[in-house]
Design a protein around this ligand. Sequence first.
Ligand code: URA
Length: 209
Amino acid sequence: GRKSGATIPITAEKAQPDREQPSSLDECRRCELWQYATQAVPGEGAKHAPIMVVGEQPGDQEDLAGQPFVGPAGKLLDRVFAQAEVDRKAIYLTNAVKHFKWEPKGKRRIHKTPAQREVEACHYWLEKELAAVKPKVIVAMGSTALKSVLGKGSVTLKDTLGKPIRHDGYWVVTIYHPSYVLRVPDEAAKQEAFSVMVKGLRLAHELLE
Ligand code: URA
């Protein structure tokens, strides 16, 4: 805190990090999630990838590794990529929210869906990624990613599966989130959801032509 009566040097004021426009993900205080996470998890992949795949937020393993989709959801996603003949290194893979939101359950950290305000706060970073990568197609996995990409709206995941949307100069293709597929209890339904993901990625690839 400031001491009353002390002269405050201008330079010290200027050195204050900008809460609204942080210069790095590590310094981001646009929402409160940084306090509970190990680290921020930035997107990764090809610098000018034609396809950007957007998930929800890092999970437990991603939070520890500092990389997106390295845990169970990532393993499933890799199988989807393989079947759709998508090279993970040729795309850009990121999340709508860059910090892991969780609650304790015994010794485990359980994923908690990010709040709308957290998705909005973190949209700042997705915009920067979009401006840098300039993909032709955005693949939104699940409704959090869809909300972030389109902004608050009434379009649901179910409405848009298999139907590309033109938005802001991009094609937006929606697919299920891999964690959803992991949770489908019935084996046939799980296979079906998996193949909907594969079809969505193939569709994304066709939109490049
Ligand atoms: N789920 C996500 O949405 N993103 C990850 O990086 C991992 C799991």
